[in-house]
Design a protein around this ligand. Structure first.
Ligand code: GLY
Ligand code: MN
Ligand code: MN
Length: 430
């Protein structure tokens, strides 16, 4: 990991909040992710399971966390299991968490080696009635792979068929969607790194450059600032590539007169940032490009104002649709008849703006959050309207990450990232 140490108060509080929601006589188990092979003996870089990280700060494979607030043995109310480290492993694989270091990172006093898990776990299971399993209930999840968590659940159900089972997911969905101030600071750092990457690209882009060279500029700036890299596969889409919403090839030449849609964000300490900006390859927007750009910017700014406590995500999207419809009429992309005859299930504006406006963001780019519950202070959302016009050879999306405040407008974590056309042109031409 490249990030600076995180205040363990964050993880201590997160566990306290989770345990406050558990039933009497219950324990909860959280497994790390697997290390994935590429074939032969190579592996992909390890990525920690976000729930385990959220509750412990442990950023290492082969780690298990057990929370058991009513445990008769106070030493077993919070237990972290990590792989045994020794001098031999340290030489080959570098430093792993010692018991002392694991305590320092997580604030958990009881740390055991993973090889002792079965025995300790049996003892704890005999002392409780319910076990919380951490199933993946994210609204967009479509994972076919059997995770370490899935294997654990299967095995535990076989070994302990007489226990009651409960779900961690609803508790985590609620907790993780409301950010602690330490988390907001980490997310601000992620956004600041994204800002540095974007400013570097503004100075770099010109006709003839390849999209992957722009991607490389971001990555260079991210990693030199302690980021682990991109929070998600970046979209670096010049010209009509911007109209392929999930374009990630990033392998075309950037042409004079084209716009470039960039959707890229740094990850810092496992926290995501998610930015979209659209910039002219030659440093100057045409009048038409500027006209559409300013329409998207107005929708973004007005949509942001609606992100206040009490707003319902679904109703918010209906309102943003109305804002976008007005802009598309002004741009001559829709006419009144299109709107009058629209299908309420797929309104006319969707022809040019076919994706959602906002999603929760945090440890995951599309983070946890219960979409049918009203927004509340501490939620962090993206705001990302776009207008995509294949027939005119460009697509524009603008995306910021904002924190919902108790009162007043949300706080924009990307307030320092250039977005006005004048500022973008000025930096590109300076
Ligand atoms: N970059 C992914 C998204 O905007 O949702
Ligand atoms: Mn997004
Ligand atoms: Mn994005």
């Amino acid at each position: 990991m490249k990030y600076s140490p995180i205040n363990s108060k964050l993880f201590i509080n997160n566990r306290k909040n989770f345990m406050a929601k558990m039933k009497p006589s219950s324990l909860a188990v959280f497994n790390s992710n697997d290390v994935f092979t590429t074939g032969a003996d190579s592996t992909l870089p390890f990525t920690q399971n976000r729930d385990l990280f959220y509750l412990s700060g442990a950023d290492q494979e082969n780690t298990i966390l057990v929370l058991f607030p009513d445990c008769p043995d106070p030493a077993h109310r919070e237990v972290l299991f990590v792989t045994e480290t020794n001098a031999h492993i340290a030489v080959w694989e570098g430093e792993k968490l010692t018991k002392e270091k694991a305590t320092e990172v997580s604030g958990i006093k009881t740390v055991y080696w993973l090889k002792d898990f079965d025995k300790k776990f049996f003892e704890m299971m005999t002392q409780c009635n319910t076990i919380y399993f951490n199933t993946n209930e994210h609204y967009r999840q479509s994972v076919e792979l059997e995770t370490r968590e899935d294997r654990f659940i299967k095995r535990t159900k076989e070994q302990y068929p007489a226990h009651n089972y409960a779900k961690s997911a609803p508790i985590l969905q609620r907790l993780r969607s409301v950010k602690d101030s330490i988390e907001i600071d980490l997310m601000q750092q992620a956004c600041d790194i994204t800002n540095a990457g974007f400013r570097r690209v503004l100075k770099f882009l010109k006709p003839g450059v390849m999209e992957y060279e722009v991607e490389a500029e971001f990555l260079h700036e991210f990693i030199r600032r302690r980021s682990d890299g991109f929070a998600y596969t970046p979209i670096i889409a010049s010209g009509n590539n911007a109209n392929v919403l999930h374009y990630i090839e990033n392998n075309q030449e950037c042409k004079d007169g084209d716009l470039m849609l960039i959707d890229a964000g740094a990850q810092y300490a496992n926290y995501a940032s998610d930015m979209s900006r659209t910039i002219p390859v030659n440093g100057r927007f045409t009048e038409r490009q500027k006209q559409v750009y300013d329409a998207v910017l107005r929708v973004k700014n007005d949509a942001t104002k609606m992100l206040v406590p009490g707003t319902l995500w679904k109703e918010y999207h209906v309102e943003v649709g109305k804002l976008m419809t007005k802009e598309l009429l002004n741009l001559g992309l829709l006419d009144k008849a299109d709107v009058q005859n629209e299908d309420p299930n797929w309104p006319a504006y969707k022809k040019y703006f076919m994706h959602g406006t906002s999603h929760h963001i945090g440890l995951d780019t599309h983070d946890y959050g219960i979409l049918w519950e009203p927004m509340q202070a501490g939620n962090v959302f993206t705001v990302e309207p776009g207008i995509y016009i294949p027939e005119e050879g460009f697509g524009i999306r603008l995306e910021d990450d904002v924190v919902i405040n108790e009162s007043g407008a949300p706080f924009n974590l990307m307030r320092d990232i250039p977005i006005e056309t004048e500022e973008i042109e000025e930096i590109m031409n300076s």
